[in-house]
Write a protein that binds this ligand. Structure first.
Ligand SMILES: Nc1ncnc2c1ncn2[C@@H]1O[C@H](COP(=O)(O)OP(=O)(O)OP(=O)(O)O)[C@@H](O)[C@H]1O
Length: 252
């Protein structure tokens, strides 16, 4: 008997518009009718021109932005979870246990050390302090973050150092779905190679990944498929003059 493989994440007729309250309530249509499916163990790379909505899609999957219309669904063995109408309190659990997100920039909290920032997703899952600490240090070492920085708060770190803390934090909890927003943008080639290895290992354990990679070499090495957003939308608005307004940022 052949097992039926189902996607872990799917989008169907997905729309996203922003309402710019500060600009006479103008509506900006960014995404129209997006269709996608992402299998477990697959790395799907979002492609398309600047402003087409790649980061917006990741933020919708992560619950930072609301879905305007359509379906965004997680498929579990025992049922489906529709993300577009999920109550706010459910996102906390989902981000703790299911969705990992490596954003472009680390959100630094004053006085919280790099090691602690990386350990936190494990601690919130109930992993013991010692084990969380060991795993955080192993990842930081692997990402070549100098040991002398581990006890310091990352606020003063270089862009590449902050990015590596962010990557360690994103990968440590081994979530089944990982969202990667240009995780290698500030890295040198040795550290880019480490990130490619981390992505390959995540694939091997069945993690579904949705990513944005502007570096062509990295993209080629990690992508199982590329999804040019233009070709998967019924109609895309020209959003080139948009400003940020509809940010519904929720704590990570
Ligand atoms: N919070 C927001 N409020 C209003 N408009 C927004 C908001 N976030 C994104 N947009 C608009 O949505 C469009 C898509 O932005 P997004 O950042 O998703 O593009 P992208 O494809 O990731 O671009 P790039 O490759 O340049 O990073 C842009 O025109 C942007 O201005």
């Amino acid at each position: 008997m052949t097992a039926i493989r189902q996607p872990f994440l799917s989008a169907s007729a997905l729309d996203k518009s922003f309402v710019l309250h500060a600009q006479s309530g103008q509506q900006l249509d960014v995404m129209r009718g997006l269709e996608l499916s992402l299998m477990p163990g697959e790395c799907l790379v979002l492609a398309g021109r600047s402003g087409i909505g790649k980061s917006t899609l990741l933020k919708m999957v992560n619950g930072n932005y609301r879905v305007s219309a359509g379906r965004l669904t997680l498929h579990f063995d025992d049922g489906e979870l529709e993300l577009s109408d999920l109550p706010a309190q459910a996102w906390h659990v989902l981000r703790r246990d299911v969705i990992g997100y490596v954003s472009q920039f680390l959100r630094v909290v004053p006085r919280v050390s790099a090691r602690q920032v990386v350990m936190e997703p494990l601690l919130s899952q109930g992993v013991a302090q010692d084990e969380a600490c060991c795993r955080a240090e192993a990842l930081l070492a692997r990402l070549n973050l100098p040991k002398r920085l581990w006890d310091l708060a990352p606020g003063t770190f270089s862009g590449g150092e902050q990015q590596r803390v962010n990557i360690a934090r994103g990968f440590i909890a081994e979530h089944p779905l990982l969202l990667l927003d240009e995780p290698t943008a500030s890295l040198d080639s040795a550290n880019r190679d480490v990130v490619v290895e981390l992505i390959q290992e995540a694939k091997a354990r069945g993690t579904a990944m949705l990513g944005i990679f502007h570096d062509e070499d990295v993209r080629e090495r990690v992508a199982d498929r590329q999804l040019p957003l233009e070709e998967h939308m019924l109609r895309a608005g020209d959003a080139s003059t948009a400003v940020n307004d509809d940010t519904q940022e929720l704590p990570r």
